[in-house]
Design a protein around this ligand. Structure first.
Ligand code: NI
Length: 392
């Protein structure tokens, strides 16, 4: 801890805590992060770091350039909030009704600005690009940021996520595949409406939808090799309008999570096959719409080694967690890693003695000490990586 305090002094810590709270109070949805972008711009300006705004609509990129020919490291934060009504009772709770920073992205911005402040005080012998990207929770801001040049000249990229499953002070790192494909599906059933008392004259969309939900789960349990992680979740199901009529239509929406391309294709095929079989079985029409989501985050080996070493030096071996399994969550940091090597880490942020509130919950909150540790870690990791790259 003393090491962390040496790297991120009280002044910087207070500054980034204020930033986090200001962003928390005025959360904005994906591609609408205007106030957030303005706040980031002001912070970079105060530090004297050059920056560009309106990249991928609301994104901001800061550049700390010390030597054009030296290695360049990028640090990335996402900026967007979620359509959730906050119920934390915090003094700096959301002032935007129905919108909340329930995933810690307010903290991510503060962490990267903290790292910027630290690195700016004593610039490394290389360059650092600070990427603040919109819309991680919705359509994905990473891809348009890349298309608009955010990674230009960058050799290695790092990012991280606040993580309630680990105690504050712990840093979690996963080698290789870290998150999953996040594909979307929608299934539209068209039967035939009718009187509740005369089912033989109708085709009941509710029965078909119910069968479909159960059959989708047996794809996972009976048709996929169990050594591969896979999930199908139907999160949305709508049908019917009144209790005494047979519904003619039903709509299901959900997500398929996999970490392997082959399993992903198998599941898509099986969803289509299940739907068309049920259509024949029940004399209905069933339309399946599949849309690809984010690809998996795949952490690169050398970047992982650097990330582990930096964590062990900063928080110690016991608090450097080797994450054993991939998460079936999604993260559009994956797109950066399709372009250049890098690593995505987890910043432990559980509040001591508090029940863990999962992210995307209206009660989500984290221990702000993570801001200090995260900023110290990202700046140290940057220095380590620049040193390593300069050797070649
Ligand atoms: Ni998130």
């Amino acid at each position: 801890m003393s090491q962390v305090k040496k790297i991120v002094n009280d002044e910087i810590f207070e500054w980034i805590k204020d930033i986090r709270r200001a962003i928390h109070q005025w959360p904005e949805l994906g591609f609408k992060e205007e106030k957030t972008a303005a706040l980031i711009s002001r912070a970079l300006k105060k530090l004297g770091i050059k920056y560009q705004t309106q990249i991928a609509q609301t994104g901001v990129v800061g550049r700390l350039i010390t030597n054009e020919n030296a290695p360049t490291i990028a640090l990335r934060a996402d900026m967007d909030a979620l359509p959730i009504t906050e119920d934390t009772g915090l003094p700096f709770a959301s002032q935007n009704p129905g919108i909340m920073h329930a995933c810690g992205h307010d903290g991510h911005v503060a962490i990267i600005l903290g790292a910027a402040a630290v690195l700016n005080e004593k610039p490394p012998e290389g360059n650092v690009v600070f990427i603040f990207q919109p819309a991680e929770e919705s359509e994905g801001g990473a891809k348009p940021m890349i298309e608009q040049g955010a990674l230009k000249g960058v050799n290695v990229i790092f990012g991280g996520h606040i993580e309630g499953h680990y105690q504050v002070g712990e840093i979690g790192i996963k080698t290789g595949v870290h998150t999953s494909y996040t594909d979307y599906f929608e299934i539209r059933i068209t039967g035939k409406g009718g009187h509740a008392a005369r089912p033989h004259e109708a085709v009941d969309a509710v029965i078909i939808a119910s069968q479909l939900v159960v059959n989708l789960q047996t794809i996972i349990s009976r048709e996929i090799d169990p050594v591969f992680p896979a999930v199908i979740t139907v999160g949305y199901l709508r049908s019917g309008s009144v209790y005494n009529a047979i519904a003619d239509k039903a709509v299901l929406k959900g997500t398929v999570r996999t970490t392997d391309e082959m399993i992903r294709t198998q599941i898509s095929d099986k969803i289509r096959r299940t739907a068309s079989s049920l259509a024949i079985l029940y004399n209905a029409e069933i339309k399946v719409i599949l849309k690809p989501g984010y690809p998996p985050v795949i952490n690169e080996e050398t970047a992982v080694k650097l990330a582990i070493r930096a964590a062990e030096e900063l928080v110690g071996k016991e608090k450097t967690i080797s994450i054993p399994f991939p998460s079936l969550g999604g993260e559009d940091f994956a797109y950066y890693l399709q372009e250049i090597p890098g690593c995505f880490v987890r910043f432990g942020a559980a509040k001591d003695g508090h029940e863990m509130m999962s992210s995307h919950s209206p009660k989500f909150d984290f221990d702000e000490e993570v801001l200090r540790i995260g900023a110290a870690y990202m700046s140290e990791l940057t220095r380590h990586t620049i040193k390593k790259l300069r050797k070649y």
